[in-house]
Design a protein around this ligand. Structure first.
Ligand code: 2AM
Ligand code: CA
Length: 262
């Protein structure tokens, strides 16, 4: 498979999905809750996933597709060699509130789970972030590079809070630990785009969890290909909890996370 061609195909599909999503933005929404009142999808999430999965499976019928709003399409997961992870709107809560910070996130892995291609599209700003394993990351075609910042007191950091409210302190201790140490802390509400902002050097570090594969796979490859580092909260392979940084601040951030607790 020619990953450069795949990257171009996926970029086109993400762009089309972005146009579809923008037709729904700032319109009244029907919210369909999924588990809890804070976890929901709009009709735009469903329409976007349908557009993306139809287009991806038309181009790659032998692949399996995992999507936030249903997924499970394409070749059976047991036999497929390649897997797509699709978040049709990352930042749904922003989207539903008319806040212009959300994205479309699409990643390709092989059977072993190694990331091959990642595309994140911000349809409001018309910015497409993409990466291909070993070939670097770009923003609208221009190469991306993480920041060179080595000082935490000069760092702009970012995090997020989960939908699951069963633990009311969730992530507050980490937030409190970084607050006096960093130049700034932000919470924007789209994991995929926040990872891209680490890749672009706007943010020096970002942590959040739990996240799903479709939230972070594309952004994770974009950070790595921009020269940054991505791990779980213990420095290992990311699962549900993600620490992404410019690399220089990674160990220091791991220590602070380990000491802080939830
Ligand atoms: P979503 O908008 O696609 O649902 C917000 O902090 C970011 O985290 C968004 O990327 C959101 O994705 C994701 N997110 C928030 N809570 C989550 C949870 N409990 N599980 C998975 N992803 C979550
Ligand atoms: Ca989503």
């Amino acid at each position: 498979m020619n990953l450069q061609v795949v990257r171009g195909t996926v970029t086109g599909i993400a762009y089309q999905a972005g146009q579809e999503v923008m037709r729904y933005f700032n319109q009244p929404h029907e919210l369909e809750t999924k588990g809890s009142a804070f976890d929901f999808a709009t009709e735009a999430d469903v329409a976007s996933e349908r557009l993306i999965s139809d287009a991806l499976l038309a181009a790659f019928p032998d692949h399996h597709l995992v999507g936030e709003e249903g997924g499970g399409r394409g070749a059976p997961a047991e036999s497929a060699e390649y897997f797509w992870f699709v978040d049709p709107i990352d930042g749904t809560s922003n989207f539903a509130s008319g806040i212009p910070f959300f994205s479309i996130s699409i990643a390709l892995t092989d059977r072993a789970g190694d990331l091959l291609v990642g595309v994140v599209y911000n349809p409001v700003a018309q910015k497409v972030f993409s990466a291909e394993r070993g070939q670097g990351a770009t923003l609208n075609g221009q190469p991306l590079q993480v920041s060179g910042n080595t000082a935490l007191d000069q760092a702009m950091l970012c995090s997020g809070f989960p939908y699951d409210r069963s633990n009311p302190r969730y992530n507050i201790n980490r937030w409190m630990a970084f607050l006096p140490l960093a130049r700034g802390l932000r919470r924007f509400g789209s994991a995929a785009l926040e990872l891209c902002w680490v890749a672009a050097g706007r943010l020096d570090g970002y942590w959040e969890g739990p996240l799903n594969y479709w939230d972070y796979y594309a952004g994770m490859l974009i950070v790595q290909e921009a020269g940054g580092k991505v791990s779980d909260y213990a420095g290992g392979k990311p699962q549900a909890e993600i620490l992404a940084s410019n690399g220089h601040l990674h160990d220091q951030m791991l220590q602070i996370i380990a000491a802080a607790g939830d």
